[in-house]
Design a protein around this ligand. Structure first.
Ligand SMILES: *Cc1c(COP(=O)(O)O)cnc(C)c1O
Length: 422
């Protein structure tokens, strides 16, 4: 099969849109995708999430629906739930949240009242918007208090977290984030949450696949609630899950439906079921460990080239580069790397002196390139491209960027992406 993939019905009905899908396929096939929250889903996941399950309304839960005709859908959702419970070792799983942000909002609805105090990591320190940050509904309708990382180490300061929790007595404490390159100490958070009388929510959106594959410690049994997206390291369709012990099953289910959502996206539930099946295979353990090994090798190669990494390196899939010492703003570097066929995002670094829309860092990760079979032996080359690309971005050397783009495309053509045969 060659790219772009055939989409005969779409091409016949809407050639304009079909052409755009084809362009995106070529882009995803020919570039080095290093945004740590992105990945490639398998062809099986793509097929499952593009089915006639789309056509069905299923408000409620399996066996307790508000619409008839659920003979098949109930089985699909039960399968997804059973697989989530088995994979993560939890008593309860809800697979209906539309995405990570609504999943987190459901947690607020389940355990807090508007105006209550909630606690999470500050967005510029690596937390997520939905952990009580001001511009988010979670920061507008709740009173968000925020912890960070230490200036000197880039690591979470648990004395600060404990002091803040005992002083503020939040209803919810979120741990996890979007730009954290280090292992999350769920046990330490759980102890603080217990002391403060708070519900501990582990938001493992980024690292769910690493946890499933045994490459990051599990929040089970430390966290009261586990929130995760399904489309990052877990390699499923865009969606989310909430997991917990049985004691929290009722409030969580009620918060998702009817509290926050209407009908679940059944085609997504099917895709999640397939992704969970794939994540339960031994090969997925290899994948998760390879993601981390690649990130470590890449971090070492970047350090050798004089890059400053927040916290000095990585334990997981993610690396946060502080470009201050390279004298180039994160946005300039990210846009230059994009022209060089290396897709990253600009990102704040802790205590960033620059503005969030023009910060000092770039955030990179290894989930996608590992899905394409790149290994530790390729990471010196990737670091060299990043180094050259950042330098070329600073000096405005477009010829150098397009040379890198060709080199990247040549390597990528030898490593077909899942879902996108070369
Ligand atoms: C990605 C992410 C989310 C939000 O997921 P969306 O699907 O983009 O709404 C929530 N929390 C964390 C920690 C994330 O990384």
């Amino acid at each position: 099969m060659t790219l772009p993939l055939p989409h005969p019905a779409l091409t016949a009905v809407d050639p304009e849109l079909a052409a755009l899908v084809g362009e995106e396929e070529l882009l995803q096939a020919g570039t080095l995708r290093m945004i740590p929250s992105e990945n490639y889903v398998s062809r099986a996941v793509l097929e499952a999430s593009g089915t006639v399950l789309q056509n069905k309304y299923s408000e409620g839960y399996a066996g307790r629906r508000y619409y008839e005709g659920q003979q098949v859908i109930d089985q699909v959702e039960r399968l997804a739930v059973a697989r989530a419970k088995a994979l993560f070792g939890v008593e309860h799983a809800n697979v209906q949240p539309y995405s990570g942000s609504p999943a987190n909002l459901a947690v607020y609805l389940a355990f807090a009242e508007p105006g209550d105090t909630v606690m999470g990591m500050a967005l510029p320190m690596g937390g997520h918007l939905t952990h009580g940050w001001g511009v988010s509904a979670t920061g507008k309708w709740f009173r968000g208090v925020q912890y960070g990382v230490r200036h000197d180490t880039g690591l979470i300061d648990f004395d600060e977290v404990r002091d803040l929790a005992l002083k503020e007595r939040p209803k919810l404490i979120f741990c996890g984030g979007t730009a954290l390159p280090r292992t999350i100490d769920f046990a330490a958070f759980a102890e603080i949450a217990r002391e403060a009388g708070a519900v501990l929510v582990a938001d493992v959106a980024h690292i769910a696949g690493l946890i499933a594959g045994g490459a990051h410690p599990s929040p089970v049994p430390h966290a009261d609630v586990i929130s995760t997206t399904t489309h990052k390291t877990l390699r499923g369709p865009r969606g989310a899950m909430l997991m917990s012990r049985e004691e929290y099953a009722k409030p969580i289910d009620k918060a998702v439906f009817p509290g926050l959502q209407g009908g679940p996206h059944n085609q997504t539930t099917a895709g999640i079921a397939v992704a969970l099946h794939e994540a339960a295979q031994p090969s997925f353990r290899d994948y998760a460990h390879a993601v981390v090994a690649n990130a470590r090798a890449l971090a070492d190669a970047l350090l050798e080239r004089g890059f400053d990494l927040v916290s000095g390196g990585t334990d997981n899939h993610l690396i946060l580069i502080d470009l201050t010492s390279k004298d180039v703003p994160g946005k300039v570097a990210a846009k230059a790397l994009d022209r060089a066929g290396i897709v990253v995002n600009y990102n704040t670094v802790p205590y960033d002196p620059r503005k969030p829309f023009d910060p000092s860092g770039v955030r990179i990760g290894t989930p996608s390139l590992t899905s394409r079979g790149l290994g530790m032996e390729h990471m010196a080359q990737v670091a060299e491209w990043i180094d050259r690309g950042v330098a070329a971005g600073r000096s405005g050397d477009e010829a150098s960027l397009s040379r890198i783009r060709d080199e990247v495309a040549a390597l990528m053509s030898k490593h077909p992406a899942p879902g996108l045969p070369a």
